[in-house]
Each structure stands twice: as C-alpha cells, then as structure tokens.
Design a protein around this ligand. Structure first.
Ligand code: PCA
Length: 214
C-alpha cells in the first residue's frame, strides 16, 4: 500500500519548513511490510496548495494521505481532529494574499473530521518518547485549507482511502537564540514515520482484502 505525505515550502521569513524537511526524508521509504511512503511538496499558497495535493493524489493513488505543516510555537507533534470550511488569517500566503472569512468550498459542510487513527498515533508516539498531543484546531490558514480540501476530495471519491493532517513544531535550527519550543528534525521524521505505520494498520483493518485479489 501507498502513503502520501505532503510538506510545505517555507513562509513567514523562515528559510525552511520542518514539514517538508521531514517528509522529504521519508520519500521512497518502505516503512513496514507492504507500506511505501511518498512525499510531495506544496506551495504555501491557498488554492494552489490544495490543488497540488489533489493532483499528487491522482498521480500516486495513495491509500492513506497525511498532510503535514509547521505549527510554530507548539512543542508536540499534533494530529489534527477537524478541518473547517473557512480561510481567515492576517498573515499573507506566499503570493501575498490575505483571506478574511472566506469559504473554501461553497456549499461544502462546515467541517470534516480526520479519518486517521489520531488517538493511536498520539499513543504510539508517546510510547516512543516523542511529544505528541491531539489538536482540536488546524487554524484557518493554508494548512487548514489543504486539510479541508483533502477531506472534501475523499468524501467525493468514496474510495478506500483515509486521510488527515498533522502539525509539527519548529526544528531546533529555526529557534536558535529564541525561547520557542522545537524538536530535532530526526524526532519529527521518526514520529511521522510511526504515524504513517499506525495509519497503514488502521487502513488495513478497515479495507484489507486478500492479497491475491488486490
Ligand atoms: N503551516 C501553515 C501553512 C503552511 C505551514 O507549514 C499553517 O499552519 O497553516
């Protein structure tokens, strides 16, 4: 089975984005028996990011899709519970666009829940000694737009796919000289890899078919 992980380009004056730095190190990795990881890089631009992820989904045809983004200031790896149908931030995207109370998908539902095994992911990461916590808000910036767009796409297709979003803290290099929480890159990489394996198990429990008829 295939798992697609997305990461973002840097923004807000940063020279890197830990989401892309982490997922690019997982591209092509066999995370478990019959589990191959793929990474795709998204622009930090509202519509383009959402469309780019859907294009990658069409090309790769993954069973599990995990969007990943930077949440500067958080100290844990945080699977997101819910995506909301609104973009609203005083911060511009990388095209300089500021969105105010904008609906992402007109006539779409107010929110979608993640279909990743979030509680299991938090539990597995904690057992590995990696700080992890369920988050109840992915915000209303570009990450939430990608997360909402992903869940909307999955709801339209009705295929045997699960998906969701995980925010990660800054990596240590980004916070030198500042009193802001961070994690070493390798910890984030290991955490996302474990989250992918936990998700593959959840997918298999839900959709597993005998190998010979796949
Ligand atoms: N974090 C931003 C957008 C891109 C990213 O890595 C967010 O949380 O919306």
């Amino acid at each position: 089975m295939k798992i697609l992980l997305s990461g973002f380009m840097p923004f807000g004056g940063e020279s890197l984005n830990p989401s892309w730095e982490a997922v690019r190190r997982l591209d092509g990795v066999q995370a478990d028996e019959d589990v191959i990881l793929y990474a795709t890089k998204l622009p930090m631009v509202y519509e383009e990011a959402r469309i780019r992820l859907i294009t990658s989904m069409h090309a790769i045809r993954p069973d599990v899709i995990i969007g990943v983004g930077q949440a500067g200031g958080r100290s844990e790896i945080t699977p997101e519970r819910i995506a909301v149908n609104v973009s609203d931030s005083s911060m511009p995207d990388n095209n300089g666009r500021i969105l105010n109370d904008e609906t992402i998908i007109p006539d779409g539902p107010a929110a979608y829940g993640s279909t990743l095994p979030n509680q299991k992911i938090v539990q597995v990461l904690k057992e590995m000694g990696i700080p992890a916590k369920l988050s109840h808000s992915a915000g209303t910036f570009v990450c939430n737009q990608v997360f909402y767009g992903l869940m909307h796409e999955l709801s339209l297709r009705g295929r045997a796919q699960i998906g969701g979003f995980i925010h990660v803290p800054y990596i240590t290099e980004q916070t030198e000289g500042k009193s802001v929480p961070s994690l070493p890159l390798h910890v984030i990489v290991n955490g996302l890899r474990a989250a992918a394996v936990a998700s593959s198990k959840a997918w298999q429990e839900k959709y597993r078919q005998p190998l010979e008829i796949r």
